[in-house]
Design a binder for this molecule. Structure first.
Ligand SMILES: O=C(O)C(=O)C[C@]1(C(=O)O)C=C[C@@H](O)C=C1
Length: 299
């Protein structure tokens, strides 16, 4: 508390800091109580995954948009990632399986940034091994770099089929050029029973060969080729689409570009990407509206 008659002392300020710290701690403990009730509420609604990636994307977007002051956004973002990921973990224990074929250090940093230290980190060589580990687990998550590198092959084909794991999120939720854990990652999980975030839908596309007009045709549809790899005698693409560019429009576009009977299979979906720097340049509102129409509890 400030005393107008004399300058604040170090002791005065430390009393303030202790009050804030005790308040923060108390609030985190209260958050834990609410999570206990949330576990019961989810069970009443039929259970399902503790991890709700659409809700998390909205929360992280809101946090970054309203943040100001001395504390760097990197710090505040990492604190909330750990809060949310750990409160997910206390709902239902899970491990994170990560593909370290591109190196362990950056992947480990990213995993710790997004999931903290309480959630176990298990390494694998290759995204296929991550998919297998997720498929055989009881609710674990996988992390695979969006761009897997030359040796990964068409790993996304391991996500094809109704029972196979799926992409459920793209990290970081708050993208910016100088992000301390900015490696683009897909989060992979067993198919979510409840509504998934679907602003971006990702497809595996099988073609006989590369087509000259492929990139420009997909650009015109607002679709992006995230990766491509030889697949037997043909080519497999991982394609991200936004908005109403569903599989039918994707198929029509590919056929117009010269493909003969392209095979298209959905391999997951995630929330709209949030480019924080672009949002700041455009003067984003301080508290953006949630970016989905499904009830947030189902997201
Ligand atoms: O909102 C939920 O459904 C929660 O489980 C809570 C919570 C959180 O800690 O805020 C945790 C996990 C989910 O992925 C999203 C948010």
């Amino acid at each position: 508390m400030s005393h107008p008659s004399r300058p604040e002392t170090l002791a005065d300020l430390r009393i303030e800091i202790d009050r804030i710290d005790a308040g923060l701690h108390q609030l985190l403990m209260e958050r834990g109580e609410i999570i206990n009730r949330l576990i019961e509420a989810k069970a009443r609604q039929g259970g399902g995954s503790a991890f709700r990636p659409g809700r998390e994307a909205d929360m992280m977007r809101g946090l970054a948009s309203r943040h100001e002051g001395l504390l760097p956004l990197d710090t505040v973002e990492s604190i909330w990632r750990i809060i949310i990921s750990t409160f997910t973990y206390v709902q239902a224990n899970y491990s994170v399986h990560a593909d370290i074929s591109g190196g362990d250090a950056a992947m480990r940093d990213c995993c710790r940034f997004h999931f903290g230290f309480t959630v176990p980190y298990i390494v694998h060589h290759g995204a296929r091994a991550v998919i297998d580990a997720v498929a055989g687990s009881n609710g674990d998550l996988g992390l695979a770099p969006v761009r897997g590198g030359a040796t990964s092959g068409p790993w996304w084909r391991g996500l094809i089929g109704p029972q196979a794991p799926k992409i459920i999120a793209r990290l970081p939720f708050v993208e910016r050029p100088d992000h301390p854990a900015g490696m683009p990652l897909f989060v992979i999980a067993q198919p979510l029973a409840e509504a998934a975030a679907r602003e971006v839908v990702v497809y595996a596309v099988a073609l006989e060969r590369w087509l000259d007009d492929l990139t420009s045709s997909l650009d015109a549809l607002g679709a992006e080729i995230l990766d491509n790899a030889a697949d037997g005698f043909g080519l497999s693409l991982m394609v991200a689409t936004v908005g109403d560019a569903g599989p039918e429009r994707l198929r029509e576009t590919l056929i117009r570009a010269g493909a003969v009977e392209p095979r298209i299979a959905e391999v997951g979906s995630h929330a709209a990407r949030f480019d924080f720097s672009a949002a700041q340049r455009q003067g984003a509102p301080s508290e953006p509206a949630p970016n989905r129409t499904t009830p947030s509890e189902a997201a």
